[in-house]
Ligand binder design. Structure first.
Ligand SMILES: Cc1ncc(C[n+]2csc(CCOP(=O)(O)OP(=O)(O)O)c2C)c(N)n1
Length: 191
Protein backbone atom coordinates (compact mmCIF):
# COMPACT_ATOMS: atom_id res chain seq x y z
CA UNK A 1 0.00 0.00 0.00
CA UNK A 2 1.18 3.51 -0.77
CA UNK A 3 0.88 5.78 2.23
CA UNK A 4 -0.49 8.54 -0.01
CA UNK A 5 -3.37 6.22 -0.99
CA UNK A 6 -3.89 5.23 2.63
CA UNK A 7 -4.14 8.89 3.65
CA UNK A 8 -6.53 9.61 0.81
CA UNK A 9 -8.82 6.84 1.99
CA UNK A 10 -8.93 8.06 5.61
CA UNK A 11 -9.00 11.80 4.86
CA UNK A 12 -12.80 12.04 5.25
CA UNK A 13 -12.41 10.57 8.76
CA UNK A 14 -9.59 12.97 9.59
CA UNK A 15 -10.76 16.28 8.24
CA UNK A 16 -12.82 17.37 11.25
CA UNK A 17 -10.64 15.74 13.89
CA UNK A 18 -7.67 17.02 15.83
CA UNK A 19 -4.73 15.48 13.97
CA UNK A 20 -1.05 15.53 14.96
CA UNK A 21 1.48 14.11 12.51
CA UNK A 22 5.19 13.48 12.54
CA UNK A 23 7.37 15.58 10.26
CA UNK A 24 8.61 15.00 6.76
CA UNK A 25 7.06 12.85 4.08
CA UNK A 26 3.74 12.01 5.72
CA UNK A 27 3.18 15.62 6.78
CA UNK A 28 3.71 16.78 3.20
CA UNK A 29 1.38 14.07 1.90
CA UNK A 30 -1.46 15.00 4.26
CA UNK A 31 -0.90 18.73 3.69
CA UNK A 32 -1.10 18.15 -0.07
CA UNK A 33 -4.41 16.31 0.19
CA UNK A 34 -5.81 19.27 2.10
CA UNK A 35 -4.59 21.30 5.04
CA UNK A 36 -7.02 22.00 7.87
CA UNK A 37 -6.48 24.33 10.79
CA UNK A 38 -7.10 21.38 13.11
CA UNK A 39 -4.03 19.58 11.70
CA UNK A 40 -0.61 20.03 13.33
CA UNK A 41 2.56 18.77 11.69
CA UNK A 42 5.12 18.33 14.47
CA UNK A 43 8.38 19.42 12.88
CA UNK A 44 11.80 18.63 14.40
CA UNK A 45 10.65 16.78 17.54
CA UNK A 46 10.99 13.27 16.13
CA UNK A 47 9.06 10.66 18.10
CA UNK A 48 6.92 13.07 20.06
CA UNK A 49 3.74 13.32 17.95
CA UNK A 50 2.14 10.57 20.04
CA UNK A 51 3.17 12.33 23.27
CA UNK A 52 1.63 15.58 22.04
CA UNK A 53 -1.51 13.75 20.94
CA UNK A 54 -1.75 12.04 24.31
CA UNK A 55 -1.57 15.39 26.09
CA UNK A 56 -4.27 16.89 23.89
CA UNK A 57 -6.50 13.82 24.26
CA UNK A 58 -6.25 14.01 28.05
CA UNK A 59 -6.87 17.76 28.09
CA UNK A 60 -9.80 17.60 25.66
CA UNK A 61 -11.70 14.41 26.52
CA UNK A 62 -14.72 15.42 24.43
CA UNK A 63 -12.71 15.53 21.20
CA UNK A 64 -11.26 12.67 19.17
CA UNK A 65 -7.53 13.00 18.53
CA UNK A 66 -5.68 11.18 15.76
CA UNK A 67 -1.89 10.80 15.76
CA UNK A 68 -0.11 9.86 12.56
CA UNK A 69 3.21 8.28 13.49
CA UNK A 70 6.03 6.53 11.64
CA UNK A 71 8.03 3.43 12.54
CA UNK A 72 11.29 5.36 12.93
CA UNK A 73 9.61 7.98 15.06
CA UNK A 74 7.86 5.44 17.26
CA UNK A 75 11.07 3.43 17.68
CA UNK A 76 12.75 6.64 18.89
CA UNK A 77 10.12 7.05 21.64
CA UNK A 78 8.93 3.50 22.37
CA UNK A 79 8.12 4.45 25.96
CA UNK A 80 5.19 6.45 24.58
CA UNK A 81 3.25 3.18 24.18
CA UNK A 82 3.54 2.43 27.91
CA UNK A 83 2.57 5.98 28.80
CA UNK A 84 -0.40 5.96 26.42
CA UNK A 85 -1.53 2.60 27.81
CA UNK A 86 -1.16 3.84 31.36
CA UNK A 87 -3.49 6.82 30.83
CA UNK A 88 -5.45 5.10 28.00
CA UNK A 89 -7.63 7.98 26.77
CA UNK A 90 -10.50 6.46 24.79
CA UNK A 91 -10.52 9.46 22.47
CA UNK A 92 -7.03 8.82 21.05
CA UNK A 93 -6.37 6.93 17.82
CA UNK A 94 -2.72 6.23 17.04
CA UNK A 95 -1.91 5.31 13.45
CA UNK A 96 1.61 4.06 12.71
CA UNK A 97 2.66 3.96 9.07
CA UNK A 98 5.42 1.35 9.01
CA UNK A 99 7.58 1.62 5.90
CA UNK A 100 10.62 -0.01 7.53
CA UNK A 101 12.55 3.11 6.74
CA UNK A 102 13.66 6.58 7.82
CA UNK A 103 12.26 7.69 4.51
CA UNK A 104 12.31 11.43 5.12
CA UNK A 105 16.07 11.51 5.64
CA UNK A 106 17.14 9.23 2.83
CA UNK A 107 15.62 5.84 3.49
CA UNK A 108 17.86 4.17 6.06
CA UNK A 109 16.29 0.89 7.27
CA UNK A 110 14.67 0.79 10.70
CA UNK A 111 14.38 -2.15 13.08
CA UNK A 112 10.95 -3.06 11.71
CA UNK A 113 12.79 -4.11 8.55
CA UNK A 114 14.80 -6.58 10.64
CA UNK A 115 11.94 -8.05 12.63
CA UNK A 116 10.63 -5.66 15.27
CA UNK A 117 6.85 -6.00 15.42
CA UNK A 118 5.38 -2.68 16.53
CA UNK A 119 1.87 -4.08 16.91
CA UNK A 120 3.32 -6.74 19.19
CA UNK A 121 5.19 -4.10 21.19
CA UNK A 122 1.99 -2.04 21.50
CA UNK A 123 0.11 -5.12 22.79
CA UNK A 124 2.86 -5.90 25.26
CA UNK A 125 2.71 -2.31 26.51
CA UNK A 126 -1.04 -2.86 27.20
CA UNK A 127 -2.56 -0.64 24.54
CA UNK A 128 -6.13 -1.95 24.85
CA UNK A 129 -6.92 -2.21 21.12
CA UNK A 130 -4.21 -2.92 18.55
CA UNK A 131 -5.02 -3.65 14.92
CA UNK A 132 -3.12 -4.08 11.70
CA UNK A 133 -4.48 -2.66 8.47
CA UNK A 134 -2.51 -3.10 5.30
CA UNK A 135 -4.96 -1.98 2.63
CA UNK A 136 -6.66 1.43 2.22
CA UNK A 137 -10.07 -0.22 2.77
CA UNK A 138 -8.95 -2.03 5.94
CA UNK A 139 -7.36 1.15 7.27
CA UNK A 140 -10.46 3.22 6.58
CA UNK A 141 -12.55 0.64 8.40
CA UNK A 142 -10.12 0.46 11.34
CA UNK A 143 -9.95 4.25 11.72
CA UNK A 144 -13.74 4.67 11.42
CA UNK A 145 -14.32 1.98 14.01
CA UNK A 146 -11.72 3.40 16.42
CA UNK A 147 -13.24 6.88 16.07
CA UNK A 148 -16.75 5.53 16.63
CA UNK A 149 -15.65 3.67 19.76
CA UNK A 150 -14.11 4.85 22.99
CA UNK A 151 -11.05 2.65 23.35
CA UNK A 152 -7.46 3.76 22.93
CA UNK A 153 -6.37 2.16 19.65
CA UNK A 154 -3.06 1.75 17.87
CA UNK A 155 -3.34 0.82 14.19
CA UNK A 156 -0.19 -0.36 12.45
CA UNK A 157 -0.23 -0.11 8.66
CA UNK A 158 2.53 -1.52 6.51
CA UNK A 159 3.26 0.85 3.63
CA UNK A 160 5.79 1.03 0.85
CA UNK A 161 8.86 3.20 1.44
CA UNK A 162 7.78 5.71 -1.18
CA UNK A 163 7.26 9.36 -0.36
CA UNK A 164 6.11 12.49 -2.16
CA UNK A 165 8.13 14.09 -4.97
CA UNK A 166 8.33 17.30 -2.96
CA UNK A 167 8.28 17.89 0.78
CA UNK A 168 7.32 21.53 0.29
CA UNK A 169 4.60 22.85 2.58
CA UNK A 170 3.63 26.49 2.31
CA UNK A 171 3.01 26.63 6.05
CA UNK A 172 5.76 27.67 8.45
CA UNK A 173 5.77 25.89 11.80
CA UNK A 174 4.85 29.03 13.75
CA UNK A 175 1.84 29.76 11.53
CA UNK A 176 0.68 26.16 11.94
CA UNK A 177 1.20 26.46 15.70
CA UNK A 178 -1.02 29.56 16.04
CA UNK A 179 -3.69 28.23 13.66
CA UNK A 180 -3.82 24.93 15.54
CA UNK A 181 -4.06 26.57 18.96
CA UNK A 182 -6.98 28.71 17.76
CA UNK A 183 -8.67 25.67 16.20
CA UNK A 184 -8.42 23.83 19.54
CA UNK A 185 -9.76 26.87 21.40
CA UNK A 186 -12.72 27.07 19.00
CA UNK A 187 -13.47 23.38 19.52
CA UNK A 188 -13.31 23.85 23.27
CA UNK A 189 -15.75 26.75 23.11
CA UNK A 190 -18.21 24.75 20.97
CA UNK A 191 -18.19 21.86 23.48
C1 LIG B 1 15.68 13.68 17.34
C2 LIG B 1 15.74 13.68 15.86
N1 LIG B 1 16.56 12.83 15.21
C3 LIG B 1 16.58 12.82 13.86
C4 LIG B 1 15.80 13.69 13.14
C5 LIG B 1 15.87 13.67 11.63
N2 LIG B 1 14.70 13.03 11.05
C6 LIG B 1 13.66 13.72 10.60
S1 LIG B 1 12.47 12.76 9.94
C7 LIG B 1 13.36 11.37 10.24
C8 LIG B 1 12.85 10.00 9.83
C9 LIG B 1 11.48 9.68 10.36
O1 LIG B 1 11.24 8.32 10.12
P1 LIG B 1 9.81 7.68 10.23
O2 LIG B 1 9.16 8.09 11.50
O3 LIG B 1 9.93 6.22 9.99
O4 LIG B 1 8.97 8.38 9.08
P2 LIG B 1 9.25 8.37 7.49
O5 LIG B 1 10.27 9.43 7.24
O6 LIG B 1 9.73 7.00 7.12
O7 LIG B 1 7.92 8.71 6.92
C10 LIG B 1 14.59 11.68 10.85
C11 LIG B 1 15.63 10.70 11.22
C12 LIG B 1 14.96 14.56 13.87
N3 LIG B 1 14.13 15.41 13.25
N4 LIG B 1 14.94 14.55 15.21
Amino acid sequence: MLRADALQSIYPELQDRIVVTIMGAVAAELYTIGHRQNFFYLEHAMGLASSMGLGIALAMPNQKVVVIDGDGSLLMNLGTLSTMARYRPGNLVHIVFDNGSLLSVGGFPTATSTGTDLAGVARACAIPEVTQADTPEALKQAVASALAGATLTTIVSKVEAIGPKSFHMDLPLLENRFQFKRALEALRQQA
